[in-house]
Design a protein around this ligand. Structure first.
Ligand code: CTP
Ligand code: MG
Length: 169
């Protein structure tokens, strides 16, 4: 497993997941609507601007990497770009799915939950799989999940430290 290639591969997913902290705000994706259980569908922490901004930021990052750091498992720069887009879209969908599950379980926005660290990476990897199946192995997925778990916790602690997030998770 080429560690450096793996890290470059997954960067769009991380950028997409991190960007909403800076770019988010405004109208929530669920428009304030509630689920039949009486709780919000997603909650105020999932905004349209955060979703669109996150997908855009991750896709741009992936596009720049596709141009300057072409990876061996992609047949073309376009394939690498597409992978970045799907990793980014998956990151934001996985993030929203995590919030949906948290709300159903009665966990408030901002409160920690296992899926905070995993949902975005798992759905991102799933969506991008068809573009480069040869990049995937059990080892690769396990490594990325462990790395993401550690990175997510570290970056959220840093975002909290620098006043971007009110809680360190
Ligand atoms: N954010 C956003 N739109 C998104 C995702 C995130 O605006 N689609 C912003 C919000 O400002 C949010 C911050 O990024 O507060 C951090 O996101 P996250 O940690 O995923 O939200 P939580 O506060 O943990 O809320 P939840 O319990 O719903 O995950
Ligand atoms: Mg969170």
């Amino acid at each position: 497993m080429d560690l450096l290639a793996l890290l470059i591969f997954i960067i769009p997913c991380y950028v997409a997941n991190a960007a909403p902290v800076l770019l988010g705000g405004g109208q929530p994706m669920d428009m304030g609507a509630k689920f039949p259980d009486g709780r919000r569908i997603l909650g105020d922490a999932k905004t349209i601007r955060g979703f669109v901004g996150g997908v855009a930021a991750g896709t741009v990052a992936g596009g720049i990497l596709a141009l300057y750091l072409p990876l061996p498992f992609f047949g073309s720069a376009w394939a690498q770009f597409l992978s970045g887009l799907l990793l980014s879209l998956g990151a934001l969908l996985g993030d929203a799915l995590g919030s949906f599950i948290k709300r159903r379980m009665g966990v408030e926005p901002g409160k920690p939950f296992l899926l905070d660290q995993l949902g975005f990476i798992i759905i991102g990897l799933l969506l991008a799989y068809p573009v480069s199946p040869s990049a995937y192995s059990l080892e690769m997925v396990a490594f990325i999940i462990v790395l993401s778990y550690i990175l997510h916790i570290a970056t959220n602690a840093a975002a909290n430290r620098f006043g971007l997030k009110s809680v360190p998770w």
